[in-house]
Write a protein that binds this ligand. Structure first.
Ligand code: PMP
Length: 426
């Protein structure tokens, strides 16, 4: 018998002491009410909510869980460092080792700066690019997510036009649009943000063309601007190198976060020698940026990335899930679109403008013990086994069957806040 009384109580208490009850995309406010907001525990591929319900977790903490929650080698390294010291007056030796290890793995990188969140890394990339030739304009593909700082947060509440005054947008995967953006700021383009593949909420994911990737590199070279790849979400799930290495494209800067410490708080900006002087000239720091425990965790994570078949195992379970869902959707006669790389799955239903089908299906799966997201890309991790996927598929099969029964009279999307978000997008 699944319960959610403790979660409901925590949400009620939170309403009084946390603005809006919860903030950011980690808020469960847009999700069906079978989804918990609070969690008590995580291990391997599983999550437990505060009522003791277990989930196979396809969100992986919105990415950071790459190897499995509480991965033994990572936690042992973190515990050993914690016994010696964590946040101190300066960094530990781990910082140098981590920088050496990381730059040895990423083909374009010659140096690293460590920070805490992905937004720190992307903002630092922006500042470094501006410092490079003392220019102002930053080109960003429309509606791509690069963090929650005033220059890029998706909501405009509390943001003034001056925060975005030097941000120029262009269309993703459209080289002509990028060229027009370059022309509009001729002589003043500092850098261009590139997202490895299109992974925005509510929309099908897609990979860009090789021409787009190489074209952005060429445009940056012609303008002597820096190409910045935002690997915060994609890092080490598509490749053991920067994602566009497959296209032969080396950025000047790359922003990393999420998986770097397999859940421990650490992110990084990597750069090539070309950007070294600019990176040395900016002022960046934070009280916790030098903490040694996340760095020790990151060293162990990178070691596992180099020395195990974690990626091949992730891809294998991800393909198994995708094939299984495809088969079920066809058998139940309920078409879905599974887009993007299988290891970062997104499942959207056809003819579902108000997301009533997607919400019902994921809401049912959550009730039965599988945490899947109705509109945000998901993440697979190396702790997932073929048996976990098979257990998942048993549950999604039931969710398809329940959806099929409910379809003839499926009520309109009841979640007002989700409807508002969908309306804002149109
Ligand atoms: N860039 C991308 C592509 C992201 O997906 C995210 C986080 N979802 C960020 C930047 C910001 O990272 P953080 O939330 O750790 O600040």
């Amino acid at each position: 018998m699944r319960r959610n009384s403790r979660d409901a109580e925590l949400r009620e208490r939170a309403r009084l002491v946390i603005p809006g009850g919860m903030y950011g995309h980690e808020s469960a406010a847009l999700l069906p009410d079978t989804f918990p907001q609070y969690f008590a525990r995580a291990d391997g591929a599983y999550l437990w909510d505060c009522d003791g319900n277990r989930y196979v977790d396809y969100m992986c903490a919105f990415g950071p869980n790459l190897l499995g929650y509480r991965h033994p080698a990572v936690e042992a390294a973190a515990a050993a460092q914690a016994a010696e010291g964590d946040t101190m007056t300066g960094p530990s030796e781990a910082m140098v080792v981590l920088a050496e290890d990381f730059v040895s793995m990423i083909s374009h990188a010659d140096w690293a700066i460590f920070c805490k969140n992905g937004s720190d890394a992307t903002s630092m990339a922006m500042v470094t690019a501006r410092a490079y030739r003392d220019r102002k304009k930053i080109l960003v593909a429309r509606s791509t997510y690069h963090g929650a700082s005033p220059w890029n947060t998706p909501s405009l509440k509390g943001i003034v036009p001056e925060d975005r005054a030097h941000i120029i947008t262009f269309d993703y995967n459209d080289l002509d649009s990028a060229k027009a953006a370059f022309r509009s700021a001729e002589g003043d383009v500092a850098g261009v943000f590139a997202t490895p593949f299109r992974h925005e909420v509510f929309a099908d994911q897609f990979l860009p063309s090789a021409e787009y990737a190489t074209g952005l590199r060429r445009l940056c070279d012609e303008a002597d601007a820096l190409l910045i790849i935002d690997e915060v979400r994609t890092g080490f799930r598509l490749s053991r190198d920067c994602s566009w290495a497959v296209h032969g494209v080396a950025p000047d800067l790359s922003a990393w976060g999420k998986v770097l410490g397999n859940g421990h708080p650490i992110s990084a900006l990597l750069g090539s020698d070309k950007a070294r002087q600019a990176a040395s000239s900016i002022y960046v720091t934070g009280s916790f940026w030098f903490s040694a425990v996340p760095m020790a965790a990151a060293i162990a994570t990178l070691n596992a990335i180099r020395s195990t078949d974690y990626l091949e195992r992730i891809v294998a379970v991800a393909d198994r899930l995708r094939d299984g869902i495809d088969e079920q959707a066809r058998r139940h006669g309920i078409p879905v679109r599974q887009t993007g790389p299988a290891q970062m799955p997104l499942i959207l239903f056809d003819d579902d403008p108000d997301m009533r089908k997607g919400s019902f299906w994921t809401g049912t799966a959550a009730r039965l013990g599988v945490y899947m997201h109705p509109y945000h890309n998901m993440f697979c991790c190396a702790a997932m086994t073929p048996a976990d996927v098979d257990d998942t598929l048993e549950i999604t099969d039931r969710a398809f069957a329940e959806l099929k029964n409910a379809l003839p009279s499926l009520p309109a999307q009841p979640n007002e806040r989700l409807l508002q978000r969908l309306a804002q997008r149109r």
